[in-house]
Design a protein around this ligand. Sequence first.
Ligand SMILES: Nc1ncnc2c1ncn2[C@@H]1O[C@H](COP(=O)(O)OP(=O)(O)OP(=O)(O)O)[C@@H](O)[C@H]1O
Ligand SMILES: [Mg+2]
Length: 395
Amino acid sequence: MAATRVLVVDDDLNIQRVLVFTLKQEGFEVHVASDGQAGVEMAAAIEPDLVLMDVAMPKLDGYAATQQIRAAEQGRRVPIIMLTAEADVEQRVRGLRAGADDDIVKPSHPRELIARIKALLARSGGGAAKKATAEVATLGQLCCFYGAKGGVGTTTMAINTAIALAGRLRRKTALFDANLQFGDERVFLDLGLDSTSIVNAIGEPDLDADLLKKLMVRHHSGIELLLAPPNPESADIVAERQRSDPASLSNVLNLLRRAYDYTIVDMAKTIDDFNLQLFDEADVIFVVMTADLSCLKNVRLVLETMDSLGYERGKIQLVLNRSNAYTGINVDNAESALGRKIDYQVINEYRGAISALNSGEPFMSSRPDGPLGQSVARFAQEIDGVLAAEAVAAR
Ligand SMILES: Nc1ncnc2c1ncn2[C@@H]1O[C@H](COP(=O)(O)OP(=O)(O)OP(=O)(O)O)[C@@H](O)[C@H]1O
Ligand SMILES: [Mg+2]
């Protein structure tokens, strides 16, 4: 079999040397170009399986060279990794927008570089012969998780349900942290502040499926995340963008539906313009609650609000979390107080939940067969049964 051909475009001789050495050791066939212009010409001439592209170079910088390579491609799409000087989100997004598939901060450890190259080659089906594949229809279900009160376990439910859908049930699953000001998913999943987020997606005038995919952050459990803004100031940018142009949020949500079977949305508790649009566009809203008086009062208010918005009953599903925790109110009491049935129940397992929380590893990946893992897996399986059938019937 012919060796995988890698084109290195970098003007720094030392970096060239290190890259050529590392890549050759792995058995790659390596070609080098020392500026952007030469890189574009060489990409056309040798049709590499992968390109490593520096950003700052003479003649043509890495962004422009990437754009030109993309513009000249016919049918094939060579994977391009940008070599950036710093972990700056703006710079990364610029590269992704120009057409790069991934980026890596220089200097990087050879093992990391090789791992990223191999992952990208695997994703792109090996490189050279790759043709654009037809889009496979997804279930496209948008599921919002909304807590009737703070701290009832909305984030815990959203994350672990998403992992169960992606893992056991083999559904393509995205998790959108829509708790704009205080999103917890970076912490719960041990992800850094320098990752791309909804700020980059909603602010992008030409957002398409390809670019959105690159703004998603992959987690080893198999889910892909659209993260919350890294700080409250950038949360304002997102809220303002949605207010002035609701179509920007619709576009993000529609692209997510098209790319994933399930888009799980972890919402903040406020009822504001942003959340009202999420409610409107959702296929189903899971209202997460616990069995205590203030939560029951809030659930009644939420149900009334949803009624006044004209949503049909089935769009709102009640999920009783920590259902077997002693609160003095049992499921029957709760149902009669609400005048409707509780649709799903998830058990209480304080130890399982808390140890997962503090290790940055959700229980659905670290202890899927523990009591809590099994309980959420059952929930995921039940909702998948209903939602997958609905999606297929609607086609
Ligand atoms: N089924 C459960 N059994 C035991 N503990 C749980 C369960 N679900 C959630 N918890 C615990 O409850 C706490 C709050 O959970 P979580 O952060 O998911 O709630 P939240 O509703 O998203 O909160 P916030 O309002 O801050 O966004 C966490 O310590 C979590 O480990
Ligand atoms: Mg939360």
